[in-house]
Design a protein. Sequence first.
Lengths: 269, 101
Amino acid sequence: MANPDPNIPISQVEYKKVTEDLYKQNLELARLYKEVANLIKQRESLVHLVTHKIKGAFTRSKYIFAGILDGTFGEVLPEIKRRALQGLESDDAGIKTVDLVLNAANLASGKVKYEMKTLDFKDLVLKTLAEKRSVAETKGLVVETSVKDEIYNISGDVFWLKEAINNLIENSIRYTKTGKIAVSLDKKNDKVLLSIKDTGMGISEEDKKNLFTEGGRGKDSVKINVDSTGYGLYSVKMIVEAHGGHVSAESEGPDKGSTFFIELPAEKF
Amino acid sequence: MNLSALDNNMFSQMSLRIIKEQELVIGPMAWDEARKVPGMQVVNSQSGEVSLRNGDPKVVIDGLVAQYERLFGRASHEVCREAVRDLIAQMPAEEVPASLK
């Protein structure tokens, strides 16, 4: 039993016993750590195997549908062409989903190597928005932009930052039935601030807790987006944090719209 | 006794396995304790490099195992044995340090 009086030194026998007991506890922790590390490794390898196999299957059937559409297999009835187009679109959506999961796995395991260089974040945001504008407008949504007159140079990887911005803009469009998407850029205290505000389905308090976690899709998100994986915002968080930034979201609740923010360190002149 | 390059490499590998396994349990202290063992030279703990100096390498390994056991008891002895189990399986019995038999 441990000596209750801290002023009286413990005996050598007691000291040895305490040290040995601590060793045994550490040993158990080390064993658990190894087990967890092995499980993570196994899961990573399974994710890669499954996603590559599924992507391969989608790619093969995409090739067949594309062949039907471009006449490789001869003349076909318009109805078959229409079905082939649906199949092609479905395959594209499937490949996109698989890529999202694969990217998240690579980002989480540190396999992604960022190519950091000076870039104009404003340019990147506006270009990404321009690519998505027609999708929003076809849906009847108004797209607004507000950019304060500043220099928005940051150090970052164009590919991955575009993925992050794209993800937030696509989400806003997807989860907004009517109203508008407002994208704004500002600069404060050496930080570049991007906000994407929508009048969409909003976020419940319960969903806010899991928003940026792995597989943390919203409770009702699947009702609107059947392909929701819960890996999109998780990837956004990993990308933004790898750039020394911060991502967050605000919403007054369900059906009250949401605002997503990306904050990144501005490059100093 | 002078160690042949082959022996030195094999026993260095064994001691490295033991130290690294102990490091998982007790952290950097594993390297501090290894430094106290006569005949054992820690060249670089960051890159994991050790060298056995002149002397019987089996005795050096026994010293290493005893160093951990003196402080942490039987459980640490088992950790040493487990760390080199596969290496020992390939060695002739007379080459295996007594503490790991």
